[in-house]
Ligand binder design. Sequence first.
Ligand code: EPZ
Length: 429
Amino acid sequence: MNEKIVIKGGIPLKGTVDVTGAKNAAVAILPATILARGTCVIENLPRIADVLIIKRILAEIGAEVEFDDDGTMTVDTTNINTSNVTMNLVKRMRASYYLLGALLSRFGEAQINLPGGCAIGERPIDQHIKGMEALGAEVRTEYGMLKAKAPNGLVGSDVYLDVVSVGATINIMLAAVCAKGQTSIVNAAKEPHVVDVANFLVCMGAKIKGAGTDVIRITGVEKLHGCNYSIIPDQIETGTLMIAAAATRGDVVIKNVIPTHMEALSAKMVEMGIDVQEGADFIHIKCDKKPKAVKIKTMPYPGFPTDLQQPATVLLSTAEGTSMIVESIFESRFKHISEIRRMGAKVTTDDRVAVVEGVERLTGAPVRATDLRAGAALIVAGLMADGVTEIHNIKYVDRGYDHIEDKLKKLGADIRREEVIREEADDLY
Ligand code: EPZ
């Protein structure tokens, strides 16, 4: 069913809201359960489309999977019976590349669909392939599929990543934990979800040191076992809610968070003149005036997260002054800008730089999400705009946010989900 989100904006968000488990940890930890012949119980999973797709993929290849309403998934991978995962489902989820490392480790071979590109850039996987080949695998790309095999098993090695890549760092970890000998991943990504995956693998019996630093060292073990694990809170959902609170000039306590994961955004919001108070597991955002214009450059963790660039652009669209945003990670992550221009934003872009001239206010309009975080940005825009905003293509939002409209409604937003009648979607603009 094609749905849209309808928001009547201009209401300051107030109250408390709980953050759910991290999407980008979940989409790696669930394929990682393939590494053990046993049962894993994973708690605090977000109920989002990408998690439901992985659940179906695991079941299709022979795992016993149960997903409770409270976000706990029980996965018994004892009877997984194939390393060939080329069903259409795989194409629908970008993070399906993690199946490569997990299946290659368990079966010595793997065949998966090549992940699609997406709206934010080409997103090559050459560093993933470089890592698998360094561990002794032969990797071929043919007929739109990645085929990997390591007939003599995987052997530990040093892998120097040419670019800091979250996906490649995690995928190489998955392949290396049962390889023979030592593996070092140099120039590794340090994101919180990279550390979460490493902690999960250690919980399964892996030997990993240095996750969260530039160099991760892995000592291969004979085999892994099932375990119980709870996913960390979602850094990007936390940041999106922090931004929505400030954008609506609200007063919101965001709970079940890890404040240290949010430091780049918190520091930038303090620079904007927004009141940011931190506790052990909460962040309190208060904002009663226009934020000051700032400069933002997206960087690998602990730098400013690229996934928050799009919502932050919207927050700055009504700042005092002119802001500059440099998107250094992905080559085309400004597709939300043409949509917010329809709401009165004054933003000019040139390649990876956006110049955002603060305007008095945004006004509601029908807009269309082009990717997950663009959709989140448009929700923030609708919440702060004067009048009604309709956001189409919210299937993108449902990939990464667990019932976002319920969370926002609890904070006082006038927001609802509606079915899109076919012709209406065609006449959008
Ligand atoms: C992960 O994508 C996240 N997705 C992205 O979140 C996030 O934006 C990104 O990391 C950066 O933090 C998941 O975790 C499922 P990368 P990933 O490999 O792993 C280049 C969201 O909204 N690169 O760190 O694909 C790449 O083109 C999504 O939740 C290569 O050149 O990102 C990019 O410029 C969007 N070769 C840079 O590295 C490779 O082999 C960082 O990409 C791999 C990546």
